[in-house]
Design a binder for this molecule. Structure first.
Ligand SMILES: Cc1cc2nc3c(=O)[nH]c(=O)nc-3n(C[C@H](O)[C@H](O)[C@H](O)COP(=O)(O)O)c2cc1C
Length: 183
């Protein structure tokens, strides 16, 4: 089966930030939006359309200041949008948000200069990259997740080489698991 790969490099082409105008536009019914409102939502419209088309998302990100880079957070903020990727209903009780999309596969590939960011490890509590993605992926419609991380980049020693080799060696298995998840 032929696959289409779409690449969106938010590091080179950063999404706009969510602003007061963006929020006002998102909360205005589509039929009542002004041209300016439609314009302020245009990046979001395109990014959401791209997400809807995607079966598998591959998210590659460095760790910046123990979290996700601002450009990646901006992309997520453009996509997690009321009536588009989630609905809100207080009748649902304490968890009023529900995702619109579902069944997507996510592969998270990360790199960091320091090390020990796994759960329970030396810097596990300092890791705000993976926990954020794990929480918000629900609203991207993700049902299955795989990840690989390269650590120690700033040390540049044998531990970096071992971490890199381990992550690269895991990739074929991840690809097989993603493919198998569709059967
Ligand atoms: C602005 C900036 C902030 C960074 N913050 C962290 C950090 O908080 N923790 C960490 O372990 N590494 C940090 N790093 C190191 C990067 O995560 C690491 O070099 C990574 O391999 C970069 O990947 P890239 O070459 O794909 O950008 C930071 C690097 C930069 C440039």
């Amino acid at each position: 089966m032929e696959g289409l790969v779409v690449e969106r490099n938010v590091g080179q082409d950063p999404p706009p930030f969510v602003t007061e105008d963006w929020i006002a536009a998102a909360f205005t019914p589509p039929s009542e939006r002004s041209a300016a409102m439609r314009s302020v939502l245009s990046y979001s419209d395109a990014a959401i359309a791209e997400l809807k088309e995607a079966d598998t998302l591959v998210l590659a990100s460095p760790m910046h200041n123990y979290a996700l880079p601002a450009a990646l957070k901006a992309w997520i903020d453009q996509i997690v949008r009321i009536h588009e990727t989630f609905t809100f209903d207080l009748a649902r009780g304490d968890f009023p948000l529900e995702p619109v999309l579902g069944g997507k596969r996510l592969v998270v590939l990360t790199s960091s200069g320091e090390f020990g960011f796994g759960p329970g490890e030396l810097r596990g509590a300092m890791n705000h990259l993976h926990p954020h993605v794990d929480t918000v992926k629900h609203y991207l419609g993700v049902s299955h997740t795989w990840s690989a991380s390269i650590e120690y980049q700033e040390f540049g020693d044998h531990r970096f080489e071992a971490s890199k080799a381990e992550a690269l060696a895991a990739l074929p298995g991840i690809v097989d698991a993603v493919v198998a998840s569709y059967s």
